[in-house]
Write a new protein. Structure first.
Length: 278
């Protein structure tokens, strides 16, 4: 693994970065991330099957995720699986998933929104098209996902308040997460406060402004992902506070009806068994 160009900058603001070229791949790393430690972490990821202090957190057709200790600190390595030619062509223009996650994490940090801290990303190409990529983050844990049930860190009302604060920060700063499920929000108890940290950053975007449709879609993603143990009055209270802070051009009632409709259509964890749009 070799590095060069310590002054090279990514397009997203943040700490200085350096080029990264391990074994035919290319990418960027934080300049304060030791290349030898990254090499060891990537090797541990490749060989991990539950040993050497590294554990596999997830493995499916889209990604494989491992976590373990390193000289840099606790790390999570997310390897995005190769996908079809349509996705590869799209990634040629928008960047590989790992590159997008790197950009998203740095952009969130620059906007003061807590998220997984990107340490490095790599991508491999064939005929100019990215076909596989890997991102390395500082581990966002310890903590629990916001959809944990029963919640160990807080009652549903406090979780809802923390999620509301997060969504207001995102939308107030014109940020789209892209997959704002509660499982992608890590909660952590810090003194008397419940803090949030976003993960799964490959679809984060920073448009100049958010439309009502953008915000409604994000709220529906989040609402649908919370289990029924989060009472509907708690959800409604959070929505009313959101709408008071960031009003909808189409009106509060119309926005609420659309959020409920989109939430139910997702057929996720919320059944809407006792909901009412009014």
């Amino acid at each position: 693994m070799s590095t060069a160009g310590g002054g090279q900058r990514s397009r997203a603001p943040g700490p200085p970065v350096a080029l990264l070229h391990p074994d035919g791949a290319s990418g960027l790393r934080r300049s304060d991330a030791d290349p030898a430690a990254l090499r060891c972490a990537l090797a541990a990821h490749e060989s991990t099957r539950g040993g050497d202090g590294w554990v596999e957190l997830k493995s499916d057709r889209r990604a494989r995720v491992t976590a373990g200790a390193s000289a840099i600190g606790p790390l999570v390595v997310k390897e995005y699986r190769a996908r079809g030619i349509t996705h590869r062509i799209a990634d040629l223009f928008r960047g590989s998933p790992a590159r997008r996650a790197w950009r998203g994490g740095r952009g969130l940090s620059a906007r003061g929104i807590a998220a997984s801290t990107p340490v490095a990303y790599l991508e491999r190409r064939r005929f100019g098209l990215p076909f596989a990529s890997t991102a390395v983050f500082l581990d966002a844990r310890p903590g629990e996902p916001a959809d944990a049930c029963p919640p160990a860190l807080a009652q549903p009302e406090e979780v809802a308040d923390a999620l509301l604060a997060l969504v207001l920060r995102l939308h107030g700063r014109s940020v789209i997460h892209g997959d704002l499920k509660a499982s992608h929000v890590i909660l952590r108890r810090e003194g008397e406060h419940l803090t949030t940290r976003l993960i799964d950053l490959e679809d984060v975007r920073f448009p100049r402004r958010l439309s009502d449709a953008d915000r409604i879609r994000a709220l529906a993603e989040l609402n649908a992902s919370l289990p029924d143990e989060f009472p509907d009055p708690v959800r409604r209270r959070a929505f009313d506070r959101y709408a008071a802070s960031l009003p909808f051009a189409r009106g509060t009632d119309a926005a609420l009806r659309e959020i409920i409709s989109l939430s139910l259509a997702r057929r996720h964890r919320w059944t809407g068994k006792s909901c009412s749009p009014t």
